[in-house]
Ligand binder design. Structure first.
Ligand code: CA
Length: 351
């Protein structure tokens, strides 16, 4: 019996050491620069978790955008096999494939806990694989910013009239909604945003939330900080080249998936903490900042424009329609619980 146990132990040691011999080296390209916390941190964190959990068998090199010079070429590079993995945001690919849009966040859509529930316990993850199959990559949640703020405005916005002709940087689907309301939507490179706002070349802009806005300095020149509606839970994503994934032994595939999932959750909570700290600092240094919420009239017009745009896009793409309809059904059911739990809890406990 003892001998058998010993032999078993030796055999398992041999198996472990033969596994440990082969090191798999992978590379991940991010859309972000190396100092863009917490987005870039999520990719680094994932690589670190994967290496530690695999006992060094998975080595993932992280390349920031200043290295590969193609921040918005991440999907193409992973698809083409120049990189094994990528970290970016799904809605950046809406110009190539409109069905990728809802996997980041939709205006008036799911909150972060609701969206994670949709990904992991609803149909979210399966639908995402279905959409990305034609790009030859797998896609997984990669960290949520939570509710993004509605943006910095130089003047208070009271009525729909105040939005007419307003020059604002707000990209993507939300920009299309704003355009329907008469806003003159402009696209300006991130590095030039502060100057554009300071010099009145634009009247307003949206970025992320306190955690990432603070370093941009918008609060120094535009005192009205509007609450969010357009990106209630922007989820980054990891993409993995299918061939590179298939080459990994099963246990490393599992470790990779777990690492991505942990890093995604970690980015969400890291950003939550960063938001609270950044907001505390901003408010103290610039007490003239005023937090505002768009009026009921403006919100109703935004919702109307949102529904119209969704219907227009859904009519063009049955694949997008399938994802949007699925999210909508999920949101209706889950929101009932959110109202009973978080919403009423907070409502009754706020001063
Ligand atoms: Ca944003």
């Amino acid at each position: 019996m003892k001998l058998l146990l010993k032999l078993g132990l030796i055999a398992s040691l041999l198996i472990t050491s033969s596994f440990a011999e082969k090191v798999y080296k992978l590379r991940i390209a991010t859309t972000w620069g190396p100092t863009l916390s917490p987005l870039f941190d999520a990719a680094e964190n994932m690589a670190k978790i994967a290496e530690e959990m695999s006992n060094g068998q998975l080595k993932i090199k992280v390349h920031a955008s200043n290295r590969h010079k193609a921040p918005l070429g991440v999907l193409d590079m992973v698809k083409g096999g120049q990189y094994d993995l990528g970290h970016s945001a799904s809605y950046y690919w809406k110009g190539k494939d409109i069905a990728t849009l809802p996997f980041t966040s939709m205006p008036f859509g799911l909150t972060a806990p609701e969206q994670y529930a949709w990904f992991y316990y609803g149909d979210g993850l399966d639908l995402m694989q279905k959409v990305y199959a034609k790009h030859n990559v797998l896609s997984f949640p990669g960290g949520s910013t939570g509710v993004q703020m509605g943006g910095w405005f130089k003047k208070e916005i009271k009525t729909l009239e105040d939005l007419k002709g307003l020059k604002m940087r707000i990209p993507g689907f939300a920009g299309e909604i704003m355009a329907k309301l008469g806003v003159q939507v402009t696209n300006i490179a991130p590095g030039e945003l502060y100057t554009a706002l300071d010099r009145n070349n634009i009247d307003a802009l949206e970025w992320v939330g306190p955690s990432m806005d603070i370093n941009m300095g918008f609060h120094k020149v535009a005192p009205f900080y509007y609450t969010g509606w357009h990106e209630p839970a922007s989820e980054m994503h990891f993409i993995v080249n299918k061939r590179a994934y298939k080459k990994l032994p099963k246990h490393l595939q599992k470790i990779l998936k777990i690492s991505m999932r942990v890093a995604a959750y970690d980015m969400y909570v890291q950003n939550y903490d960063m938001n609270a700290k950044a907001w505390e600092k901003m408010k103290k240094e610039y007490p003239n900042i005023q937090v505002k919420t768009f009026s009921k009239e403006i919100m109703a017009a935004m919702k109307k424009a949102n529904s119209e745009l969704r219907a227009e896009l859904s009519a063009k793409s049955p694949e997008l329609k399938e994802v949007l309809d699925n999210q909508e059904v999920f949101q209706k059911r889950t929101r009932e619980w959110t109202k009973m739990s978080d919403y009423l809890y907070l409502k009754d406990n706020l001063e």
